[in-house]
Design a protein around this ligand. Structure first.
Ligand code: GDD
Ligand code: MG
Length: 361
């Protein structure tokens, strides 16, 4: 059985991830100093899927620039760019058409889910059930912001309900994980001339028409990184080893942390698990970690404290400042003796004066 082709849906605007996505496209926000899509490309490659189409519309140049380093021998990345956003369904149809169409099996992956899902086991299930569309399912405590999926005992899809508005429609905690195996012949059912939703149109219509479609459930790590809190937690999970990822942070391991080339922390305390990007400078007396992720060329001033925080590239933290449980985008300047507290998210280029106290209301 040939490996399926893959389409990664990476054209959303990332509205819920603002202000982080004001300066960078959601599919390439950094996780442990690597662009997010690199994790998905690595997951696909790990399962022998080498032919990968990136379905983009918003900020494609960002995606292209950031993903350059994710190329590996034997891997083909093709960019398909929508002139206007075509939605999750239109995006799949357009991506297939632009890359030669044809039949076979297509694996579709939402561009914002961090997972170690066993795609090989999903494929084996798909084939064994003679399924024509298989959706990877996962369970979450609050299913309302997702696509709710009800199945029969054998896994056959009974109902797909995207983001139900009414409380009485919340009938299950099993949701669409944003990973599909689709018989490419079915993709022609999606409209060619307008935006379309795979969740609101394609899946419900397949079920209504009695096309054999199944849900595949198996325990796996899974998180949609589409909000700042989830984006932060995903990195804590990676640091704590809760995600089996074939990808490690740039650099080499040291005492439970990762140090990239040119990172220096002489006279400072680095508490694992943490990650220092290329050319990071941690000055003397500073205490970084646990769960600190410091982006390329950032600088942590003398006696500063950084704990459970994600800093993007070129962030400067002044002497004796304290950063805790926060996410700081690129090029932020934080003065000396400042405090940045739980849940704070700073947009790229923000300036925090000396002695300022920032916390979420
Ligand atoms: N190419 C393209 N064009 N991609 C798009 C477009 C578009 O117009 N709109 C959204 N996408 C991409 C996004 O970049 C994202 O990777 C994926 O499609 C899903 O869009 P989200 O906006 O993140 O959707 P969601 O998180 O609210 O819901 C979806 O994911 C859930 C799991 O995380 C749905 O598929 C739910 O059913 C599912 O439970
Ligand atoms: Mg999402």
């Amino acid at each position: 059985m040939p490996a399926p082709r893959a389409i990664i849906l990476a054209g959303g605007q990332g509205t819920r991830l603002r202000p982080l996505t004001l300066a960078r496209a959601k599919p390439v926000v950094p996780l442990l100093n690597r662009p997010f899509l690199a994790y998905q490309v690595a997951l696909l490659a790990h399962h022998g899927i080498a032919d990968i189409v990136l379905s983009c519309s918003y900020r494609v140049d960002d995606v292209r620039a950031a993903l350059g380093d994710a190329r590996a021998p034997g891997l083909t990345l093709t960019y398909v760019v929508e002139k206007e956003p075509l939605g999750t369904g239109g995006g799949v149809r357009y991506a297939l058409e632009q890359t030669g169409g044809g039949s076979g099996l297509v694996l579709v992956l939402n561009g914002d889910v961090l997972t170690d899902a066993d795609l090989g086991a999903m494929r084996a299930f798909h084939d064994a059930m003679h399924s024509r569309t298989t959706i990877f399912l996962t369970r979450v405590p609050d299913p309302r912001p997702y696509g709710l999926v009800e199945t029969e005992a054998d896994g056959r899809l009974r109902r797909f309900r995207e983001k139900p508005a009414a409380e009485e429609e919340v009938t299950t905690d099993t949701i669409n994980a944003g990973i599909y195996l689709i018989d490419a012949d079915l993709v022609a059912r999606l409209p060619a001339d307008r935006p379309a939703s795979i969740e609101r149109e394609f899946f419900p219509a397949l079920i209504a028409d009695g096309v054999p479609c199944f849900g595949f459930t198996e325990p796996a790590y899974w998180r949609d990184i589409g909000s700042p809190a989830a984006y932060h937690l995903a990195q804590v999970d990676l640091l704590d080893g809760r995600v089996r990822s074939p990808l490690s942070p740039p650099g080499s391991p040291r005492d439970g942390s990762w140090l990239a080339d040119g990172a220096r922390a002489t006279g400072a305390r680095l508490e694992a698990p943490s990650v220092l990007g290329p050319r990071v400078l941690v000055e003397s007396g500073a205490h970084v970690g646990p769960h600190a992720v410091i982006g390329e060329s950032s600088r942590i001033g003398a006696r500063a404290r950084v704990v459970n925080a994600v800093l993007w590239e070129r962030v400067h933290v002044g002497a004796e400042s304290v950063l805790r449980d926060c996410v700081i985008a690129a090029d932020v300047r934080i003065g000396a003796h400042a405090e940045v507290g739980a849940g704070v998210v700073l947009a790229a280029g923000a300036v925090v004066p000396d002695h300022a106290r920032l916390s979420r209301p």
